[in-house]
Design a protein around this ligand. Structure first.
Ligand code: ZN
Length: 561
């Protein structure tokens, strides 16, 4: 079935409530394991049907945000979502207390019930109003930040569009645009920090209403973390500080030498090479054709899957008017197929979509037969392993995509390493924030500066009032939108590095392990999952150091002066 043949429309409110309540009653009144299991299976089908329709409404909205029907349906879906969530909660409450739980656990495994119990702890009707308030505050932040524009050479740019000038080889241009961007953000600093202050106090209140000590615990529960706590995460951050920060210091020193600026200003921070970044070889058509060749060479499965995506029109890649920003992979459960959305703009990011989002899509495709649906996709730190590892597994094929693939690989790997200290800084900052919810705005900025100095002592804030004030963090939308998510990217990165190190030595074996991981879906929590494919656990002392060592060697052998 092709994408345009997928059913478009919403289930009625009446259907959602009536059918949902009917299945809840069935489960409640089940007099045997068979009956309880039947209700569970029917509820899975019911959820899958609704979710598939919701996904299509949401995808269409992002394909053309100007289309009135798409907008109307998207709004309507946002009204229906809380109703579905409420029904889902009631069903799960009965499921975990079912007198047939033992048999159900034998059939589906205890991890399912652990996940359900954790998610039930994150909700009580008393916090319903707070959830709405939280959503509104986050929206206000998003609106404030995305409405910021600057003017340059008579043209208006959104801040993310203007970001490309920070890679310009003309230092004056970087300075002018860089300053304009930071001054713009500075204008809304007070407003945005006040929004965050309200968010923090609100979230702290929600945590306490639910019986948690503070929002750190609720934040972890919201991320579905059943197998580690903030204690393990703190020790992991320490490993990054000890093993990665010193390496980044060296990499930064080498970068300064390479670009010929010994004392950089903040607007010099995005430059990797004196003569510019590697250029991509073409537009969507060219890149997709090359990607097809690459995935056919990589394995029979990836080749077939990439052709399947194209034939069924499941790739919408190039930027065009009316499309919303960014890129994502989503999944249609009833049709058992993924969909990739992005905004190609002629930079190396286009190639990253074809590898990163394809990695996500390939995992979804590999896990499509897994039941129950809760086991199809793991928690976020595991999900990003599939995508980030694919970026590295594609390294040998980069000649086809770039005029200078050696430069691309060097910059990509360097960026990936340099990301780790920043990623854990964002995480440590959030722990401070939610452990000290009433510390006030000024103390937060001071703390950010302190944490940044600790993890990224080499980073230059010079020339930016915004950065020197300690408010860099207000531009990281995850801090507002998705508390405690950020560390997941770094945990996945450490695992993806291991796939890369293996791949350099033995491609066959590495590929088999990668496919095995994709096929395991979300059957296990993070640490058990990575253990199944022999990845070293980032939480175990020494793992980061051992993982980084071969990367240093690779960079030395493939260095670019
Ligand atoms: Zn991703």
């Amino acid at each position: 079935m092709k994408f345009e043949e997928f059913k478009y429309g919403l289930p009625t409110k009446n259907f959602i409530i009536k059918k949902g309540n009917f299945l809840i009653e069935k489960l409640k009144n089940a007099s045997s394991f068979e009956e309880a299991n039947k209700a569970f299976k029917s509820f899975e089908k019911y959820k899958s049907k609704i979710y598939t329709l919701f996904t299509n409404v949401s995808v269409h909205f992002t394909l053309d945000v100007r289309n009135e029907t798409y907008v109307k349906n998207n709004d309507k879906m946002n009204e229906l979502s809380p109703i579905c969530a409420e029904i889902n909660t009631r069903f799960n409450e009965i499921l975990v207390k079912s007198k047939f739980r033992k048999e159900l656990e034998e059939k589906y495994g205890s991890y399912l019930f652990k996940m359900l119990e954790l998610s039930l702890k994150t909700f009580k009707p008393e916090i319903m109003e707070d959830i709405v308030k939280e959503g509104n505050l986050v929206n206000e932040y998003t609106k404030t930040m995305s409405s910021l524009t600057i003017e340059y050479k008579g043209k208006k740019y959104s801040l993310s569009m203007a970001g490309k000038f920070l890679e310009s080889l003309d230092r004056e241009e970087r300075k002018t645009v860089g300053k304009a961007i930071h001054e713009k953000v500075l204008e809304v600093k007070d407003k945005v920090e006040d929004i965050y202050d309200q968010l923090v106090i609100l979230r702290d209140g929600m945590a306490k209403k639910l019986g948690f000590k503070n929002y750190v615990e609720l934040g972890y529960a919201n991320m579905g973390r059943t197998d580690y706590t903030s204690k393990e995460v703190a020790l992991y951050r320490q490993q990054i500080l000890e093993s990665v920060t010193p390496l980044c210091k060296k990499l930064e020193r080498a970068r300064r030498k390479r670009i010929g600026i010994s004392s950089p200003y903040f607007y010099d921070n995005a430059i990797t090479y004196k003569d510019g970044n590697p250029k991509v070889k073409g537009e969507e058509k060219v890149l997709v054709a090359e990607a097809e060749k690459m995935y056919k060479k990589l394995s029979k499965d990836t080749g077939e899957f990439f052709v399947f995506l194209q034939e069924n029109h499941l790739l919408d890649l190039t930027a065009r008017e009316g499309k919303s920003g960014g890129g994502y992979m989503t999944y249609f459960p009833d049709y058992q197929c993924p969909f990739i959305f992005s905004n190609f703009n002629g930079t190396s990011g286009d190639v990253d979509v074809l590898t990163h989002e394809f990695g996500h899509a390939f995992q979804a495709y590999c896990s499509k037969k897994i039941k129950p649906s809760a086991y199809q996709s793991p928690t976020m730190e595991s999900c990003e392993i599939h995508s980030m590892s694919m970026e590295f597994l594609a390294y040998p094929y980069m000649d086809a995509f770039f005029d200078n693939s050696k430069k691309y690989r060097f910059a990509h790997l360097t960026d990936a390493i340099m990301f780790l200290p920043y990623g854990v800084a964002v995480d440590e900052f959030q722990h401070f924030v939610y452990e000290n919810p009433n510390c006030g705005v000024k103390a937060r900025d001071e703390k950010w500066l302190e944490i940044q100095k600790k993890y990224q002592p080499y980073l230059s804030n010079k020339g930016s009032e915004l950065l020197e004030s300690g408010a860099r963090w207000i531009r990281q939308h995850h801090i507002f939108q998705s508390p405690f998510y950020y560390i997941d990217y770094t945990l996945a990165q450490v695992c993806a590095f291991q796939f890369f190190n293996w791949d350099v030595k033995n491609h066959e074996k590495t590929w088999k392990r990668y496919v095995k991981l994709c096929k395991l879906g979300g059957k296990y929590p993070f640490q058990e999952l990575i253990n199944k494919v022999h990845l070293k656990n980032p939480f175990v002392s020494g793992t980061v150091k051992k993982t980084i060592r071969p990367l240093v060697k690779y960079l030395k052998e493939n260095t670019i002066d």
